[in-house]
Design a protein around this ligand. Sequence first.
Ligand SMILES: [Zn+2]
Length: 137
Amino acid sequence: MKRKTANSAAVCPCGSGQLYASCCGRYHRGQPVPSAEALMRSRYSAFVLGDEGYLRQSWAAENLPDEPLLDAAVKWLGLSILSTEAGGEQDQTGVVTFIARYKINGRAGRMQESSRFVREQGLWRYLDGDVGDVATS
Ligand SMILES: [Zn+2]
């Protein structure tokens, strides 16, 4: 899988409205992620940018899938964070509920997931998630 080049001066794919370099780009370069929501956003951006290495590294070791994480047919169009529970500086776990919009083979879809995050050796990792309604249009 060829990795797309992230433009540091571009707006971050996660939809924060900040520049990539000062948003998810920091975490893709290895800076520790401060919260579950920031990890969620940086993982979404990694999906957009095709950064499989970051997706694997930010996945809890016990649940890391064997199969490839990226599907070249999926084009991610946007992320909306609906709610967050815990996942802050003083927490060991957190839940982030979000909607991600995508297109696959020209068909638009959206997925809703409540993702669970945990700290491993102090660093936030994606544990697993409950996928909700998947609506296509
Ligand atoms: Zn971002």
